[in-house]
Structure formats: structure tokens, C-alpha cells
Design a protein around this ligand. Structure first.
Ligand code: ADP
Length: 444
């Protein structure tokens, strides 16, 4: 029955009761008394229904709904429908929640739900196993109290979670990676992975490259020595001179690759920011300029450097990175071209070392991959120019050690600009203060 019909039905009933009361009252001699009695009876009936409804609602789970008609029947059936729908949704949610819990429990990664104070709200079985947590004892405890690793405390405090933190723990040594994923205003999800295998493979790779390069160096030095002696020999058969010169050129190239590989593996072993001493970049630019001019055929070189600004860094690493950039500019710019070296500090204290050339430039699709090892835009040309494809990878590593970044802009046929951007903590104005203590603590 619709609610409008139920109301009409109720009104009709009351009307009927009033009419009946009036008739009985007329027979008994008091019409008003009869009506009042009928209204009281109707009210009593409604109150009774209300009482049954309330009684049922208080213990709905255990009682059958009252068998009432009219508007009260309508109310009861609506409540029953609502109740059924609520129970259905509740069960679905419960089922979903159980499935979710089962799937996160079975995940190979450890998952921990943490609140804003880094207290554990929940964790799955893998997290418990990896970190030795026990549900009954450790839920509600602060994570840093349970895992007493200073590096983890610092990681959580810094609040920069783009990269995971890897910590070596326990005996036998196991490498765990921790990554925080903030969700909601106060909740954080921490994913814990066992990365021991990846760390072992990475260290094997580094050792392999370092050892192989090292082992290649000695035979190459011997071959280079013999070739030099042979080529200096006046009695050498002239027919052999040209092939031997080519062998010497190729050995020099191999020497270059081996020495770049050794440099890279040395840089690879340090994966944090390093300390620094003040470097006179203006003087360094002059050295780099002279190096280019020492080549028999070279482009013009201009230098523009802020002499008073020192760069706080590792002298050998910075020299290697900057000379790689300048060598590239010289290699890929014709002798009729121009190279511009600059070292500038902006208003915020950010230092920029920039190598600009008007050489052949690089197409946009190559730019994101330039710093990959052995990536060359044109392998043939790079080889002819004596390139190993490792120069920009070395630059990237050196800049990482200094908290700096490399920006590359290039247009084919117009030229390229490689800019090393150093944060203000790496730049020192000799007219102002002594060495900034910030740089000493940067790597602490
Ligand atoms: P390579 O030893 O081959 O020069 P790099 O890692 O130094 O290796 O550079 C990678 C590639 O980037 C080079 O092969 C070259 O194609 C391109 N490249 C680097 N610098 C320049 C430049 N200044 N102008 C044009 N191309 C460049």
C-alpha cells in the first residue's frame, strides 16, 4: 500500500470511528461524549501500535515484526526493507574486507599501516616475518621503537619518500627496502621488501666491471708500450707502419674505455653525497680552455666565469665531469665553430656550470637517454671521434655525488647546452663567509 493511500485509510478509519461514536452517543444521549470516547479509543489503538513498533525495534534481531495493518504496517515493512538492505551491504563490506586482508596477508611484500605518529595500526604476515613483529605485542607500538635503525628514523623524519630506503639488518645480513606511501590525511602505508638478492647482484655487477677493467689495464699497457717502441723503430718495414698506427689508435681507444669504466666503477661504489673542498671553477675553466686549444684543430673557446664563486666539491671528480662535457663540445663542434664555458651563481646562490656549443646538436628523442652507459646518438661517429659512450654517465654520477643535476638543451644543426646545476649549499662566495659548515653535514 502506498503511504498516501495508507494515510487516507487511517483518516477514513478515524472518520468511521467518530461517526460510530456519534451514533452510539446519540443512542446513549450524548453525541459529544460518544465522539470523545471514539477518538480516545482510536488514539489508544495508535499508541498501542507505536508501543509494539518501539518494542520490536529495540530487539529487531530476535523478534518477528509485529503483524499490524494500515500506516503502521507500512512503517514496519519499510523498516524491514531498510534493515535487509543494510545487512546485505554490511555483509558485502565484511566479505570485501576479509578478502582484502587475506590478499594483503598473502602478499610477498611486507605491508604495515601506520598512523601520523608512526605507530603500527596493522601489518601483514610478511612484514611480521621480515621485521620480527608480533601482532599481539607490537600493534600500537611506534615503528622506530621496534626497529632501532638511525637511518630509518632519519628517513621517516625527512618525509621525502620518492625513493625507498635500503637497510642491511640481522645476521646473516639481509637487505630490506622500506618505502612509505602516504594515503589519507594521517595514515601511511609502509611497504617492506627483501632486496638482498638485488643488492648481491648489483654488488657482483660492480665488482665484475671493476675487476674486468682492472685486469684489462695491464695487458693493454704492455701492448701500448710495445707498439710505441715498434713505431719509433726507424728500421720498421714501411708497409707495416700504417696497420700498426691503426692498432695503436684502437689500443688508445680501448685504454680510454677501460679508464672510463674504472672511473665509473669507482664512482659507483659511493652512493651518497660526498664532502667537498672549495674549487676555483674560473681557473678550472682556463685549464679546460687550454686543453681544447692544445688540439691541432679546434673550435674557438670563450670563458665567462664568476671568479669569486667557489664550488664545494671533489676536485678530481669535478675536473673529470667538466672535462667530459668540454671534450664532447670540442668533439662534436667543427673547427669553425665556437664553445662557450660559463660559471655563474644566481640570486638564490645556485651555481651553474654551462658548456654551450654551436656544433651538430642532438635530436630531442635522444636527450632522455644520453647519460645511459654506452648510449651514443651516432655510434660510428662517436667511435671515430674517440668516444666511449661513458662520458655523460660519468658526469651524471659525479653530479649525483654533489647533489647536483644535469640539464641538456639541444637543437640539431644549431648546437647544444649542457648545464650542471649545483645547489646553494655547494657554492661559496669567497668575498662573504668561510667554508659553509652545511656542506660538511650534507653527507653526514
Ligand atoms: P661519447 O664518449 O660517445 O662522447 P658521451 O656519454 O660523452 O659518449 O656522450 C653520449 C652521446 O651524446 C655521444 O655519443 C654524442 O652522440 C652525444 N653528445 C654528447 N655531447 C654532445 C655535444 N656537445 N654535441 C652533440 N652531441 C653530443
Amino acid at each position: 500500500m502506498s503511504s498516501a493511500r495508507a494515510i487516507w485509510f487511517l483518516l477514513a478509519r478515524i472518520g468511521g470511528a467518530v461517526l460510530l461514536g456519534a451514533l452510539v452517543g446519540a443512542v446513549l444521549g450524548s453525541v459529544l461524549g460518544g465522539i470523545a470516547l471514539a477518538l480516545a479509543a482510536a488514539l489508544g489503538w495508535q499508541l498501542m501500535n507505536l508501543f509494539w513498533l518501539d518494542h520490536w525495534l529495540r530487539d529487531r534481531a530476535n523478534r518477528a515484526p509485529p503483524d499490524v495493518g494500515g500506516i503502521w504496517g507500512e512503517v514496519v515493512s519499510r523498516v524491514v526493507r531498510l534493515h535487509r538492505r543494510k545487512r546485505f551491504h554490511k555483509q558485502r563490506l565484511l566479505q570485501l574486507f576479509r578478502e582484502l586482508r587475506r590478499s594483503t596477508a598473502a602478499m610477498p611484500e611486507g605491508v604495515i599501516i601506520l598512523n601520523a605518529q608512526w605507530e603500527i595500526a596493522w601489518f601483514n604476515r610478511t612484514a611480521g616475518r621480515l621485521l620480527g613483529l608480533h601482532r599481539r605485542v607490537d600493534a600500537g607500538m611506534s615503528l622506530t621503537n621496534l626497529i632501532r635503525e638511525p637511518a630509518l628514523g632519519r628517513y621517516l623524519q625527512q618525509g621525502v619518500f620518492a625513493e625507498p630506503l635500503v637497510i642491511a639488518r640481522g645476521e646473516p645480513r639481509c637487505h630490506l627496502s622500506f618505502q612509505v606511501v602516504p594515503y589519507g590525511p594521517t595514515q601511511r602505508l609502509m611497504v617492506v621488501r627483501d632486496v638482498s638478492r638485488q643488492v648481491a647482484l648489483e654488488s657482483m655487477r660492480k665488482d665484475f666491471v671493476a675487476n674486468a677493467s682492472h685486469e684489462l689495464r695491464s695487458p693493454l699497457t704492455v701492448v701500448t708500450g710495445y707498439l710505441e717502441t715498434l713505431l719509433q723503430d726507424e728500421t720498421l718495414d714501411p708497409a707495416l707502419r700504417a696497420p700498426l698506427a691503426e692498432v695503436q689508435r684502437q689500443t688508445q681507444r680501448m685504454n680510454g674505455i677501460v679508464s672510463d669504466l674504472l672511473d665509473l666503477s669507482r664512482l659507483d661504489f659511493v652512493d651518497r653525497e660526498i664532502d667537498g673542498v672549495p674549487i676555483d671553477v674560473a681557473a678550472l675553466c682556463e685549464v679546460l680552455r687550454k686543453d681544447v686549444l692544445a688540439h691541432p684543430s679546434h673550435p674557438e673557446v670563450q670563458v665567462e666565469a664568476q671568479a669569486e664563486a667557489r664550488l664545494l666539491g671533489d676536485q678530481a671528480e669535478i675536473l673529470s665531469a667538466f672535462s667530459n662535457l668540454v671534450d664532447n663540445a670540442a668533439k662534436y663542434t667543427p673547427a669553425t665553430g665556437r664553445i662557450h664555458l660559463s660559471w655563474q651563481v644566481d640570486g638564490e646562490g645556485t651555481g651553474r656550470f654551462c658548456v654551450e656549443d654551436n656544433g651538430r646538436g642532438i635530436a630531442a628523442e635522444h636527450l632522455p637517454r644520453l647519460t645511459e652507459r654506452f648510449y651514443r646518438v651516432d655510434a660510428g661517429r662517436s667511435r671515430d671521434a674517440g668516444g666511449s659512450g661513458l662520458g655523460l654517465a660519468i658526469v651524471k654520477h659525479v653530479l649525483q655525488h654533489h647533489g647536483a643535476t644535469l640539464e641538456v638543451e639541444s637543437t640539431p644543426g644549431v648546437g647544444s647546452r649542457f648545464t650542471c646545476v649545483f645547489p646553494a649549499r655547494r657554492v661559496l662566495d669567497t668575498r662573504a663567509a668561510p667554508v659553509s659548515p652545511a656542506i660538511r653535514s650534507a653527507s653526514a
